[in-house]
Unconditional design. Structure first.
Length: 202
């Protein structure tokens, strides 16, 4: 009997498929619009099967960014409430920001934690690097878990002091249900931190 996996390409491993796929050729790239923060780049692409398409992507923000999940103690996370211009609302989330030139992700994470939450961390662990809408943005964000916190406040660029909110780890479901906890990166960071903490208990 023949092996059904040879007839069904679905059984190919994700690693094999990723390595076999060639990227489309960039025939032309040009900036078609720009603002103070971003540039919109038009890409004329030719795919390996000969098809041609024009895509647009955002340029800028390539410095990288960090988001920090602060573990205040063994049972408590720290959240910050911050104004979000995109939705014109106040959102709960975790301290975050861009990596400054010359900084490592860990250094940037500790700085943002001090600026936004008023704490430094003696221990920072990289949980995962994530992307945001990779079809349009090239920027990536390092998700960090901060432990062994100590009080230290630094002046940041926030227009107003951020409200720091302790949140019990045993109420994660309540946090996920809140209408003001919606940012996908914060939700990802929360679940990554929860997974990491559960693995330490095994």
């Amino acid at each position: 009997m023949s092996d059904p996996r040879k007839r069904n390409p679905v059984h190919l491993s994700a690693e094999t498929m990723a390595h076999d796929k060639s990227k489309p050729e960039i025939l032309k790239a040009e900036i078609v619009a720009e603002s103070r923060l971003f540039k919109v780049e038009s890409l004329h692409l030719k795919f390996s099967n000969g098809e041609e398409r024009v895509y647009e992507r955002m340029r800028g923000g390539n410095r990288g960014a960090v988001m920090v999940v602060p573990l205040f103690d063994a049972h408590t996370l720290l959240l910050v409430r911050e104004y979000a211009a995109g939705t014109h609302s106040y959102e709960l989330g975790f301290p975050k920001g861009l990596i400054d030139p010359g900084e490592s992700a860990l250094e940037a994470g500790n700085r943002e934690l001090m600026e936004e939450a008023g704490f430094g961390a003696a221990s920072l662990t990289l949980l995962k690097q994530v992307s945001l809408a990779p079809g349009y943005f090239s920027s990536r964000m390092d998700i960090l878990l901060a432990r062994d916190l100590y009080p230290e406040q630094r002046v940041g660029d926030e227009p107003e002091p951020l409200e720091v909110i302790p949140w019990p780890l045993n109420r994660i479901d309540d946090l996920l249900a809140r209408p003001d906890f919606t940012e996908s990166r914060s939700i990802s960071a929360l679940l990554l931190a929860q997974k990491w903490l559960a693995e330490q208990e095994d």
